[in-house]
Design a protein around this ligand. Structure first.
Ligand code: SF4
Ligand code: SF4
Length: 207
C-alpha cells in the first residue's frame, strides 16, 4: 500500500464485498447441527494425535521434552545472581567476612542486619548476619562492595515462601541457629514483624 493510499481515508468510495454468511438456523435441530459442525473439525483430531504421539514417545521411548522439576533442573548461567552465599576461607574454614559493615551500609533496601563483637583474643568477629530476602532486590551492591569477596550471589533461586518470616534465611547466614531469637531486625516495610510467630500460627494472611 502506498502512502497516498494509506492517507486516503475516504472509505465511502471503496468497494466492499459482502460475504455470504448464510441464513441463521431457526429450529433447535439446526442450531445443534451448527454447533457440531463448528466444534468438531478435523484439526481437533490432528491435535489429539500430536498429543498422543508425544505422550507415547515420553512413556515408551523416554523421549521427554520437559524437565521433571523440582527433581530435575535446567542449568543456569554462571553469571546468574540469586540468593547470597557467604564464602569461607579454604585453608581455615572460617568465614571470609571481616565485619567491615560496607555491605550493610551500601544496601539500598536496608535489608542487611549484622553485628560484630571482639572475641577472647580481641579479634573482631561477626556475631550476627542476616539478609531479609523479602526486601532484597538483588541489586548486587553488597557483593560489589565487599572487599573480602565474602558475600557473593549464588545460584539458588528457589526462595518462595508463604510467610515473610521465611525470607530471612537465618540458617544459611552467619548467625548460629541457637542465637536466632536474639537477632535484631530493622523496622520498616518488608521487615519481619515482632509477633511474626503468632501470626504464622494464626493465619498465613495475617500480615
Ligand atoms: S543485593 Fe542489594 S538489596 Fe540485596 S542485600 Fe545486597 S545490597 Fe541489599
Ligand atoms: S562487605 Fe564483605 S567483609 Fe564487609 S561486612 Fe559485608 S560481607 Fe563482611
Amino acid at each position: 500500500m502506498s502512502l497516498e493510499q494509506f492517507k486516503n481515508r475516504n472509505v465511502g468510495t471503496q468497494n466492499y464485498t459482502t460475504l455470504d454468511v448464510g441464513t441463521p438456523p431457526e429450529t433447535g435441530t439446526d442450531k445443534f447441527l451448527q454447533i457440531i459442525r463448528r466444534a468438531v473439525k478435523g484439526e481437533l483430531f490432528v491435535g489429539l494425535w500430536v498429543v498422543m504421539r508425544t505422550m507415547l514417545q515420553a512413556l515408551f521411548k523416554n523421549d521427554m521434552h520437559t524437565v521433571k522439576y523440582p527433581l530435575e533442573k535446567l542449568p543456569i548461567s554462571p553469571r546468574y545472581r540469586a540468593i547470597h552465599d557467604m564464602l569461607i576461607l579454604l585453608e581455615s574454614g572460617n568465614y571470609r567476612c571481616i565485619g567491615c559493615g560496607l555491605c550493610e551500609k551500601i544496601c539500598i533496601s536496608n535489608c542487611i542486619s549484622m553485628d560484630t563483637r571482639y572475641d577472647e583474643n580481641q579479634r573482631k568477629e561477626v556475631s550476627e548476619y542476616t539478609i531479609n530476602f523479602g526486601r532484597c532486590i538483588f541489586c548486587g551492591y553488597c557483593a560489589e562492595v565487599c572487599p573480602e569477596l565474602a558475600i557473593v550471589h549464588g545460584p539458588r533461586y528457589e526462595n518462595a515462601s508463604e510467610q515473610r518470616a521465611g525470607f530471612s534465611l537465618f540458617e544459611d547466614m552467619l548467625t548460629p541457629i541457637d542465637k536466632l531469637n536474639l537477632q535484631q531486625e530493622y523496622d520498616g516495610f518488608g521487615a519481619i514483624s515482632p509477633n511474626a510467630d503468632e501470626n504464622i500460627k494464626q493465619t498465613p494472611l495475617a500480615y
